[in-house]
Ligand binder design. Structure first.
Ligand code: PEP
Length: 268
């Protein structure tokens, strides 16, 4: 694994509940997942809908499961009806998914906006999971790597434009768009190659000292049956899990497999 001469990269399993659950059942689900996934060495994160945030924070108060949000606005306060910002969620949550492909698709989020959101995470102490990934036609045309490189470069350019630094604790999720919610998964070897490309792109952009430490997760139809293919790859540091993160048994299986990788990294 890159960075093997230093502390191993953490193994992270993050559940993205998307627009599912209500406050009452979110609290119960969070509680059940926490109880079924208490595996040493695995960083667990649950990202419920905003409206369920307080309920999930309360349910997880006595656990070490972290809570995140699925999005933040790029501005901290202002006349943005219906939006939620970093300083608001930072009083409850500690992580934030940024640039998920469903927001890029449905809300037209572009790489520059995503870059400004990353800066808000740094400003208000949220640990960002930046999502990147290609469409199916990009992969079929052999453009997958160029697409992901371009997404990252444009995001980094925006950060540079406002003369700020990349968040120190950045996590990246490689999520091929064609694999999200479709039951299709990438090949582990392709995800591994993409993780390497992501770290190379960060290094080329001047974050070389840290690039090898940036955790890269895989996302796209991860289940307890599919996770092994990805965690068998030393370049992959965990998963961003959508649909399966709503199922306690699935999360138990996924985190149990992640625990094997975490233990092996500690022993190496
Ligand atoms: C996601 O929401 O980021 C995701 C990968 O979803 P799914 O696991 O359902 O494909």
């Amino acid at each position: 694994m890159s960075g093997r001469h230093n502390a191993p990269r953490p193994v992270i399993i993050c559940g993205n509940w998307k627009m599912n659950t209500t406050p009452l059942d979110a609290a119960m689900l969070a509680n059940d997942i926490a109880g079924a996934t208490d595996v040493p060495g695995v960083t667990r994160v649950i990202c419920p809908p905003f409206i369920c945030l307080q309920a999930v924070v309360t349910a997880l108060a006595d656990t070490d499961v972290a809570v995140g949000v699925q999005n933040i606005h790029a501005e901290p306060f202002g006349a943005y009806t219906g939006e939620v910002s970093a300083p608001m969620v930072a009083q409850l949550a500690s992580w934030a998914i940024i640039g998920h492909s469903e927001r890029r698709r449905d809300q037209g989020e572009d790489d520059a906006l995503v870059g400004r959101k990353l800066l808000r995470c740094a400003e208000f102490g949220l640990r960002p999971i930046l999502c990147v990934g290609e469409q199916i036609d990009d992969r079929q045309a052999g453009r997958a790597e160029a697409t992901v490189r371009r997404q990252l470069e444009r995001t980094l350019n925006e950060i540079e434009r406002v003369a700020a630094r990349l968040p120190e604790d950045l996590v990246i999720a490689y999520e091929p768009v064609w694999a999200i919610g479709t039951g299709l998964t990438a090949r582990g070897s392709d995800a591994s190659a993409m993780a390497q490309l992501i770290r190379d792109t960060l290094a080329a952009a001047g974050v070389a000292a840290k690039a090898s430490h940036v955790p890269v997760l895989y996302g796209g139809s991860v289940t307890s049956a599919a996770i092994d293919e990805f965690l068998a790859e030393p370049e992959i540091d965990g998963a961003l899990v959508g649909g399966a993160s709503l199922k306690v048994d699935e999360m138990a299986g996924i985190v149990a497999r992640a625990g094997i990788t975490a233990a092996a990294r500690q022993a190496a």
